[in-house]
Write a new protein. Sequence first.
Length: 266
Amino acid sequence: MEKEKKKQKRFVLVHGVCHGAWCWYKIIPHLEAAGHSVVAVDLAASGISTVKVEEIQSLEDYSKPLLEVLSSIDDDDEQVIIVAHSMGGIPSALAADIFPRKIACIVFLTATMPDTKNPPSYPFEKFVPSLTQEELLDLVFRSYETHVPPLRTVVLGPKFMAKNLYQLSPVQDLELAKLLIRENPALSTDNLSGTKPFTEQGYGSVPRVYIVCGEDIQIPEESQRLMISNFPPNEVMEIKGADHMAMFSKPHELSACLLNIADKHA
């Protein structure tokens, strides 16, 4: 019994831009069935968060729900495994910079993986191809004067999601996303994430695993591997046939990867 108890790990799941905790609904049952505890976080102005996007003044504001989860963990508790999807990599890196001793591992799922020498948004800006005006489709960018400099935000349009994020995912999950996505800060630039790198002694000290999604159009495999080369993680895994939303297109394979990581890295 004691042996079984020791095997239990605590996962903290962090969604990408415009999404929410809801996007992990297929993964949570797999992790819990294996005996692990799971917390899926709604970042500020995401999911059922009551915060309005124009109220966000900093990366810390946007990441506050994640930081509160880690703050609530006692130092003598078991470390957590953070799973960061897409642009959720930047808030997760911030959390690791502040609470490195509380995190056993960060899993970057086709995610922006910052380094410790450049601004947080550098990997996305450097390695992910820019989109032409035509390729933006119905992606909407806005600007709010509530922030200095003005806060730039993004809303994912249905056509953009269908073509670039959900092209291999069940249509029901795309329809769910159309109903639930919210306007979020555009972390792909330094307007909110800032120009100061994360520290080597904080974020840089936390073990990292990168999961490559082989059929991702939003962050192509080449871009994912450039991020890996830029700041090599402890381990690289791959899910073949996964689009950007691996939790929808390949939920069983993703769950298997996470359970494997729990055994090896926590």
